[in-house]
Structures are given as C-alpha cells and as structure tokens.
Design a protein. Structure first.
Lengths: 114, 115
C-alpha cells in the first residue's frame, strides 16, 4: 500500500518569508513518482512538480524548490519569498510505475499574511 | 487550449437519489481519472479510464460507476446517495497511462451536497 504523510496542517507566514512543506511517503515499489499540487480556494488542483524515484537531483524553479531524499523517504517543498497569491492548500502525492492512481497526503494549508 | 472542464459546478441532492457528473478532458488526453475529496482531506482515487476501458478502481462501493466515451469525455454515476457522499468530485486527465505521460491535470470539480 502507498501512503503519504503531511504532518503540518496549517502554516502561517508573513509575506516574503520562506515556507517549507514536509512530505514523507511509504511505498513497496522501487520505481515511483512524486508530485506536488496546489489547491487554491477555487478548488482546482494545479500541478506544480513531478520527480521520479531515479532522480534525486534537487532543483529550483522560480520561487519553488524541492528536496528529494530517498534514504528518508521525504520529498519536501519550499516556496521562497512567499506572496499572498501562494495562499492555498498544498498536496504531496505518490504514484507507482505503470499505475496512474495518485495517493495524496492530507495537505498543508498555507496562509501568507501581507 | 481549454483545461479539464467539469459540470455541473454545484449540485444538491437528497438521500437515495442518483447523480451524474460529467468531465471533458484536455484536448489530446486519452485518460480520465475521478477522485473524491471530502472536506479537510486529500483526494481519494475512485476510477481511471483509458481508451474507454476501466484501468483502475479505488475502494468505493458498487454504487459508484463510470464510463468513458469515444471522444474521451467521461461520466461518474453515483446511485442511492448517502450523506457521506457529500464531497468535491474532481476529474483529472492525462495524455496516457505510461510513465512519461502520467501527469494528471485537474478540473475545478463538482461540489455535491447530499441532504
């Protein structure tokens, strides 16, 4: 079975601060994919990033960066210099090789205070 | 290009009724998946369809059914509605099911309230 744990429920930051969201996953598969999605109040899940289990290179894309550590089964996500428009619920998700069903965590509510 | 579109956006039903939710995928996408999101939780996988065939089913009762049409649009049907079926129902589309095509793009959802 696959499981994704996002321990923090609500995180409040002041605008321009950095915010890091933790994600820990469990899977028996050796090949899998990890995702981060953003859900603003409108309800639509917006795809942010995808990593596969073979690629532990951490990257930066604009104000987003992620830290994938296979040894600790963690896939953390950081928003640098947060803005009010970043206020949303962020979900970490996992799927296996050849299987398109996403297993989501409970989400992190991020509130950016102006 | 249009994203994933879902209809209706909101729906109110009473217990025991039946509901049909509709989804149109992004143009060129052949796979559609359905998820249920209860308030305060992450989405839960219900079904996946690819080329009109069911490719996966989550842990939901037989009251839930779905189908995919030749134009790749999809319907989710729920019979004998229960109060616990109240949720946001999300549809997602992807190019396919292979690993290079597995990014799922979501619609804004249908919010179902069962009274």
């Amino acid at each position: 079975a696959q499981k994704v744990t996002q321990a923090q429920t609500e995180i409040s930051v002041v605008e321009k601060e950095d915010v890091t969201l933790d994600c820990v996953y469990e899977t028996r598969d050796t090949t899998y994919y990890l995702f981060w999605y953003k859900q603003p109040p409108s309800g639509e899940l917006v795809f942010l990033i995808r990593r596969n289990s073979f690629d532990e290179q951490n990257e930066i894309s604009g104000r987003y960066s992620w830290n994938f550590q296979k040894s600790t089964s963690s896939f953390n996500f950081t928003i640098t210099a947060s803005q009010v428009v970043d206020s949303a619920v962020y979900f970490c998700a996992l799927t296996s090789y050849g299987n398109n069903r996403l297993a989501f965590g409970k989400g992190n509510q991020v509130v950016v205070i102006p | 290009d249009a994203g994933v579109t879902q209809s209706p956006t909101h729906l109110i039903k009473t217990r025991g009724q039946h509901v049909t939710l509709r989804c149109s995928p992004i143009s060129g996408h052949k796979s559609v998946s359905w998820y249920q999101q209860v308030l305060g939780q992450g989405p839960q996988f219900i079904f996946q369809y690819y080329e009109k065939e069911e490719r996966g089913r989550g842990n939901f009762p037989d009251r839930f059914s779905a189908r995919q049409f030749p134009n790749y649009s999809s319907e989710l049907n729920v019979n004998a509605l229960l109060l616990g079926d109240s949720a946001l129902y999300l549809c997602a589309s992807s190019l396919g099911t292979s690993n290079t095509k597995n990014i799922q793009y979501f619609g804004a959802g249908t919010r179902l309230s069962v009274l």
